[in-house]
Design a protein around this ligand. Structure first.
Ligand SMILES: [Zn+2]
Length: 318
């Protein structure tokens, strides 16, 4: 226990320093919080909780990508297990009372480890690939609460329409295969095979947001699609060469004609939610390179603070 406390304390101090070194330099890019009373006026609000977990809420319906909160440390990867209590605390902190759907962007543990538990705790449908469905089954989520989708499918939840578009993971070769049988936990993190990777196009009352969970792409896959705002997965992007980075920007951001890019998947996901979001060492470089790329087209880069209700369209003309 004593060890735990001192580890937590050290973690907190380190986190505070890292946050100061990484995020503070980009304060002007941060969205201001939407006060609760004004959330209805915004029509659609989004809360970022870390990695690719985003809560979309229009006051009537809420949907969530990933729902990843447990965030095991690297030394725990041999046997990962969702932290049910931590998940319920996080959902409470996010203000989630009911959820229509929880949608992992692919089935790696840093996206889908907690998704079935989120579904159980909120009444949400677990929506995703056959791999995601097998995580739900292994955890004992009822079959009628699991919805398996294929590339090109679209599903409506209240006024949200979600299109499941074919995408790819950043090519890292980690656990690439599907999960072909119900997966029980504890399990090695690598048992969470990637399965299908989506670009999620979320339509809401004529507005379009793209959620790109991983920094990969399938050439031409987003041809003919449009989105004003992109939550853009940036994990591992800066270690790719310039050609790859340019192609990613072209295939995702420019192809859909986005006017605003909000990076996600930039935090160290081995750090507990209690530490706040701790950016990787490459964070300033990543942000600057996105801003450079966006400049010629007037695409602005904004950042979403953690746990904050934001209006991703704020300041954008229609
Ligand atoms: Zn992944």
């Amino acid at each position: 226990m004593k060890n735990f406390i001192s580890r937590t304390l050290i973690g907190f101090l380190v986190a505070s320093n890292c946050v100061a070194a990484g995020l503070d330099d980009f304060k002007e890019l941060m969205f201001a919080p939407v006060p609760r009373a004004e959330a209805a006026k915004a029509g659609l609000t989004v809360m970022f909780v870390g990695v690719a977990t985003l809560l979309f809420d229009d006051g009537e319906t809420a949907i969530m990508t990933d729902g990843y909160f447990s965030r095991p440390t690297q030394s725990e990867l041999r046997a990962v297990v969702p932290d049910r209590e931590g998940i319920s605390k996080a959902l409470k902190r996010a203000g989630v009372t009911s959820l229509a759907a929880v949608i992992p962007v692919h089935s790696h543990f840093d996206h889908a480890l907690d998704s079935p538990i989120v579904a159980m705790q909120t009444g949400a449908l677990l929506v995703g690939s056959s791999s995601t469905a097998n995580i739900g089954r292994g955890y004992g989520l009822a079959e009628e609460r699991i919805r398996t989708v294929k590339f090109g499918d679209s599903l409506s939840f209240g006024r949200f329409k979600v299109h499941f578009l074919e995408s790819a993971h950043l090519p890292i070769g980690y656990a690439p295969g599907p999960i072909s049988a119900p997966l029980t936990v504890p399990a090695p993190a690598s048992a969470f095979g990637q399965g299908d990777a989506y670009s999620l196009l979320i339509e809401h009352e004529g507005r379009r947001i793209l959620v790109q969970g991983s920094a990969g792409f399938v050439p031409g896959a987003l041809q003919g699609r449009s989105a004003d705002v992109i939550y853009l997965g940036t994990g591992g992007l800066t270690v790719r060469d310039a050609t790859y980075q340019a192609a990613y920007w072209q295939e995702i951001v420019r192809t859909v004609g986005a006017r605003r890019v909000i990076p996600i998947h930039w935090d160290n996901f081995y750090r507990s939610l209690d530490d706040g979001l701790v950016p990787g060492a490459d964070f300033p470089r990543m942000i600057e390179s996105l801003r450079e790329r966006g400049k010629p087209d007037g695409i602005d880069v904004r950042l979403s603070p953690q746990w904050v209700v934001t209006d991703p369209f704020v300041g954008m003309s229609n």
